[in-house]
Design a protein around this ligand. Structure first.
Ligand code: URA
Length: 206
């Protein structure tokens, strides 16, 4: 019962301060959990895997069954992974229409040409895709290293963007999702809860 009224719809919204009881017992609100993890290479963004350790294996917290990975990284990629049991929040990170920017540091096999950077800035065409990518921000750090910000999440997108320029990604590290920045104090494999401020950085649906 919510404030004395029987509710049978599981999707019924319930106010934070509502009085919720079940068979006469008072229930307290479940608060959600939010973590950032510095994913090392060789660990998969999956809840279980036969071959590799998973990001959940690295998380030393109870009750992991309800946790979701909000935006995956390839097994060989490193950096910021967000994990939560708040499905709406995870969805807001991943939903294409949110166009949340994701920033990667990218190391390449060959020097990056100005032409390749222009192609990426204008919206590059990926092999096998009908539509071109949205224009991306890219800055050169060294001749074989760039910082790239994309607002989409196509399959292996960063690797395919550079493959389309005739180059090859040798290392990929996610630094930022929206305004959430990977904590530099987290060593590879370490995780910590998000602060309330960080959690609020992912905007609510409008
Ligand atoms: N793009 C990729 O190619 N791999 C990732 O893990 C993330 C973005």
């Amino acid at each position: 019962m919510v404030d004395g009224v029987v509710i049978i719809d599981p999707a019924e919204p319930v106010a934070n301060d509502a009085n919720v009881t079940y068979q006469g017992q008072s229930l307290s609100a479940v608060t959600h959990r939010y973590f950032m993890l510095n994913k090392p290479a060789g660990v998969v963004c999956a809840t279980r895997d036969h071959e590799h350790r998973t990001v959940l294996d690295l998380l030393d917290v109870p009750n992991k069954t309800r946790l979701h990975i909000a935006g995956r990284l390839d097994v060989d990629a490193t950096g910021l992974v967000l994990i939560t049991d708040d499905g709406d929040w995870a969805h807001r990170i991943m939903a294409p229409r949110q166009k949340l920017p994701k920033t990667y540091r990218v190391w390449l096999a060959e020097p990056v040409s100005d032409h390749a950077l222009d192609q990426i800035r204008c919206g590059i065409h990926l092999q096998g895709e009908a539509s071109v990518c949205a224009p991306a921000e890219v800055e050169r750090i060294t001749d074989k290293e760039v910082r790239l910000t994309i607002t989409e999440g196509r399959y292996h997108q960063v690797k395919r963007m550079f493959a389309a320029t005739g180059n090859r990604v040798v290392q990929l590290h996610r630094e930022r999702v929206g305004r959430l920045v990977l904590d530099p104090l987290l060593a590879p494999g370490q995780a910590r809860p998000l602060t309330d401020f960080e959690h609020a950085e992912i905007p609510a649906n409008t």
